[in-house]
Design a protein around this ligand. Structure first.
Ligand SMILES: C[S@@+](CC[C@H](N)C(=O)[O-])C[C@H]1O[C@@H](n2cnc3c(N)ncnc32)[C@H](O)[C@@H]1O
Length: 201
C-alpha cells in the first residue's frame, strides 16, 4: 500500500511525551561542525525544530529565531529549554506539510534537521537573504534498511539535496552511509550560501 506523504503529528506528540528530551538538549552535530560560518545576527528559521535544541543554540548566539514544529508537546519542551538557557525563540505550531512556505528574502540562516517535505525544501533558497546560509541534514534513500524513516516521501534521493540548492554556493556536502545516534544511517547534509549582495561602488 502506498504510504501518504503527510505526517500525522499526533504520533510525534506521543513520542515526545514523558520525561526528558528525546534527542537531547545539545544541537545537531552538523550544525555544531559549521558554527564558524553561522551568522550571529539577523533572522533564523529552524524547520521541524522538535524540542528546540538547535533553535535555542542559535538564539544564544545572537540570532532572532523562529522555530516551527507540528508537535505541541515538543514545542512546550522547547520553551522550557529556552527559559533554562535565557534564550528568546518564537515558537510556531504548524503543519509544515500543509502548504505553508517561508517569506522570500528573509532569513540569514535556515536550518532543518531530520525532516523532509519536498515543496518546502524547494522554497528555501529563495527565502534566504543575500549571503544567507542554508544548513540541511536528513535521511537518504537506503535508510529503510536500518529503520526509520522508511517512507520514500521522507527520504532524499541521491543528489537531490545538492540539486535543491539552486543558486547557492555549496560550502560542504556529505551523502551516504554514516552513523547517527550510535547506529548506521543513510544521510545527506549540506551547507550552502546565497551569493552576497554586491558592495555599492
Ligand atoms: C526526527 S524529529 C527532528 C527534530 C529536530 N529537528 C531535531 O533534530 O532534534 C522530526 C520532527 O519533525 C516534526 N514534523 C514531522 N512532520 C511534521 C509536519 N507535517 N509539520 C511540522 N512538523 C513536523 C516532528 O514533530 C518532529 O519534531
Amino acid at each position: 500500500m502506498r504510504r501518504p506523504a503527510t505526517t500525522d503529528t499526533t504520533t510525534w506528540d506521543e513520542r515526545y511525551r514523558g520525561e526528558g528530551y528525546r534527542y537531547g538538549c545539545e544541537p545537531n552535530d552538523w550544525l555544531v561542525a559549521h558554527t564558524g560560518i553561522l551568522p550571529t545576527a539577523g533572522q533564523a528559521l529552524d524547520l521541524a525544530c522538535g524540542e528546540g535544541r538547535d533553535a535555542v543554540f542559535l538564539a544564544t548566539r545572537g540570532l532572532t529565531v523562529e522555530a516551527i514544529d507540528g508537535s505541541a508537546v515538543a514545542l512546550a519542551k522547547g520553551r522550557q529549554l529556552a527559559a533554562a538557557r535565557a534564550a528568546t525563540v518564537t515558537w510556531r505550531h504548524l503543519n509544515l506539510e500543509g502548504g505553508w512556505l517561508p517569506e522570500r528574502h528573509t532569513y540569514a540562516l535556515i536550518t532543518c534537521h531530520n525532516f523532509l517535505h519536498r515543496p518546502l525544501l524547494a522554497a528555501l533558497p529563495d527565502a534566504l537573504t543575500p549571503g544567507g546560509i542554508l544548513i540541511y541534514a536528513t535521511y537518504l534513500t537506503g535508510q529503510e534498511r536500518y529503520g526509520h524513516p522508511a517512507n520514500p516521501a521522507h527520504l532524499l534521493r541521491p543528489g537531490e539535496l545538492r540539486q535543491a540548492c539552486t543558486g547557492l554556493e555549496i560550502l560542504a556536502y556529505q551523502e551516504g552511509t554514516t552513523r547517527c545516534c550510535g547506529q548506521p544511517a543513510m544521510r545527506a547534509a549540506v551547507v550552502a550560501r546565497k551569493t552576497p549582495a554586491e558592495e555599492p561602488k
